[in-house]
Design a protein. Structure first.
Length: 155
C-alpha cells in the first residue's frame, strides 16, 4: 500500500474495517496474497451472529449508494408502466372498451408502488449524501488535478 493510498483511507474513518472493498474503490489495481488459515490455539471469535449481520448491513449502507439508485430506477420504471397503461386504459374506455376493474386496480397499484419506490430511492440518496457529509467521507475521489493553461482540470 502506498503512502498516498494510506492517507486516503484515513479520510474514511470507521469504514477502515472494510479495507479490501475500500482499497478496490480507491486504488487503480488491487492484488490479494493468499495466506494459510490456521486453527486458533485458544479463545474464539469475538463476533456473534448479530454482529455479523450488523456489519453486513453497515457495509451495504455506508459504502454504497447503488442500492438506492436501483430502487429509484425500478420505481421510475413501474411508475412509467403504470402511467402509460393507465393512459391506454383511459383512451380505450373513451372508445368503448368494456370496463376491466382488475386491470384498472393493477395499473393504479403499479403507479402508486412506482411512486413510492421512486421517493424511497430519492430519500435514500439524500440520507446517504447527508451521512457522507457529516462523516466527511468524499462521495467522489479525484485522481489528480491537471492544469490546462491557467484553469485546473480534474481527471
Amino acid at each position: 500500500m502506498t503512502r498516498h493510498l494510506a492517507k486516503r483511507t484515513q479520510e474514511y474513518g470507521q469504514m477502515r474495517r472494510f479495507l479490501p472493498a475500500l482499497l478496490a474503490r480507491l486504488a487503480r489495481s488491487v492484488a490479494e496474497i493468499p495466506v494459510t488459515n490456521r486453527q486458533r490455539r485458544q479463545g474464539g471469535s469475538r463476533y456473534s451472529f448479530m454482529q455479523l449481520v450488523v456489519l453486513t448491513l453497515e457495509f451495504l449502507i455506508e459504502f454504497s449508494v447503488r442500492p438506492f439508485l436501483a430502487v429509484g430506477a425500478i420505481g421510475l420504471g413501474a411508475l412509467a408502466v403504470g402511467m402509460v397503461g393507465g393512459g391506454a386504459y383511459l383512451v380505450g374506455r373513451l372508445f368503448g372498451m368494456p370496463a376491466m376493474d382488475r386491470l384498472l386496480a393493477l395499473l393504479l397499484l403499479l403507479s402508486f408502488l412506482g411512486l413510492q419506490f421512486t421517493v424511497l430511492g430519492l430519500l435514500g440518496e439524500y440520507i446517504i449524501r447527508t451521512y457522507h457529509a457529516t462523516q466527511r467521507i468524499p462521495l467522489y475521489v479525484v485522481g489528480e488535478v491537471v492544469t490546462h493553461g491557467e484553469v485546473p482540470v480534474r481527471v
